[in-house]
Every structure is written in C-alpha cells, then in structure tokens.
Design a binder for this molecule. Sequence first.
Ligand SMILES: NCc1[nH]cc(CCC(=O)O)c1CC(=O)O
Length: 293
Amino acid sequence: MMQRAIGRALGVPDAEVETLVPLVEIVTTGDRIQDRRLLEVGGKALFTKEIEEALLDGRVDVAVHSMKDVPAEQPPGLAIAAVPEREDPRDAFISDHYATFADLPQGARFGTASLRRQAQALALRPDLNIEMLRGNVDTRLKRLRDGDFDAILLACSGLNRLGLGEVIRQRLPLDAFLPAPGQGALALQTREGDVDAAWTRALNHAPTALAVAAERGAMAALEGSCRTAIGAYAHIADGRLHLSTEMLSPDGANRWTRSGDITADADHAAARALGLDLGGQVQTVAGDQKIAL
Ligand SMILES: NCc1[nH]cc(CCC(=O)O)c1CC(=O)O
C-alpha cells in the first residue's frame, strides 16, 4: 500500500512500481521475538534497528515504520521525512466467545504483552488474568483460536492494514484504552539529506503529523519505553489540537491523566511543547504519589 503511494508521489505508474520502487522486506529482531516481553530484551528500537541500518548502508532509501515503534531519538544521519494519514488509532477487542470487553466473565484469560493494555484492562476489570502474548498477528490470532485465551487486544490499524479487520469484535473507546503514542500512524524515514524531497511532502498528512508531534512530546516527558504503561492521543476538532496523556501502574490501580488543547494552527514545536507540558504534569503527580504510597 505504502509502496504504491510512494510510487505515485514519485510519478511512477502503478504498473511499474514493483520495478522502479522495489520493496525490500526486512525482518527485525522485534518481529522474531515470540516469547518475552519487549521490555525484557531491550525495548522498541528492536523493531527499527535493522531497517535503519539498511537506510544508513544505502540498501534502502525510504523506511516505513509503525510510528508506535519509533524511539524518541532519531539515530544520527536519519530523520522522519513524512507522516501519512493515520489509520484507526483504537485498540481492537478480539474474542471467539464474547462480543465486547464488558462481556468477559470473571477471571477471563486476557492475552497481551503490552503493559499499557494490561494496566488499562485491569483498571476496569481487576479480576482478569493477564497472560503473555507475543509474536506476529497471525501467531496471536492462532493462539486465540487454539483456546489459549478468552480474548486478546491488538491495534485496529495493524489488523486493517493486513486486511484482517473482520476479526475485530469491538473497537475500544479511546478514553478507557488511551492508545500508545503514535498508534495507527506510520513514519516514513529517510537519510537526513533526503528529508525535504518533494515526494515526502505529497505523502505527509499535516493533521496527523501535528497530533503525533504532541503525542511524542508526551512520550518524551514520560520517558516512553515499553517499561512503563503510558498512553497519549491527540486529534484536531473545532480548530483545536486536543491531547490526552496518562500513566498507569502496571496493576491498573493507579492512573494519572492530563488533557489540554492549543490552536490547531500551531507548529510542531508548539504541539510537542503541549505534550511535554502535560506529560511532565503526569510524571510529577505520579512521582509524588509513588513516594507517598
Ligand atoms: N508493538 C508492535 C506493534 N507496533 C505497531 C503495531 C500496530 C500498528 C500500529 O500501531 O499502527 C503493533 C502491534 C499491535 O499493537 O497490535
């Protein structure tokens, strides 16, 4: 999908996109790890490292990442060149027997490896049994079908992009399951010298890029990594850029949320500043209460 969009932005006819804009598939360490939490093996950079090495080596010219997997800092020599329009940012509830999250019976087996999804689910339903679930989407759906879990959560965006949207039983509300910063968005990354190429402007979606700047500001303030349960979601409505961000204790018993907005005419620096401000407030109250506990 992205390959065609890039081809069009470069003026390459669809019929020739395979030869003129060849796709180079790269399997990352993050994709290969099936059995452990990411936080145990080094965090989200594992989803981007091999692809970034290919960019720096000149083996590829554009990298397509899930924004959610892109670490706060760019490696020297690389930059985010464009942020295309966001897919559905919500988490998807998937189950063979239950139509909604609220229908889950007491003590249901709930599969996720995400500390954020674990904490948000436990905040609503402390009785759930959280069980480790990693691997690619096919592996996760197979384990659900095999009866290893009563329900699992995945990003709606990933499922939609894979043409698997029909497995979604419920799109979870954004307030109860505030998404990971950048969820549903893509990052098109290039070498720094290519960052201003005309095709990047054609693929950039300004409202998504602005929202993501705010979410990633919050992420930076909250030291976002797979080690903490954090969420951040921004969107534009009525001429304002609205941001909500939160941190939860892994058991979901404590939750610190802040929301705010600025004019949607703001630039990326102002959006990031909003994120840093609200994220900083969350960090401060969470820190104070953790000491008090
Ligand atoms: N951590 C893995 C990861 N990185 C991005 C996505 C989903 C795609 C997206 O955020 O657009 C996923 C899987 C998931 O959360 O279900």
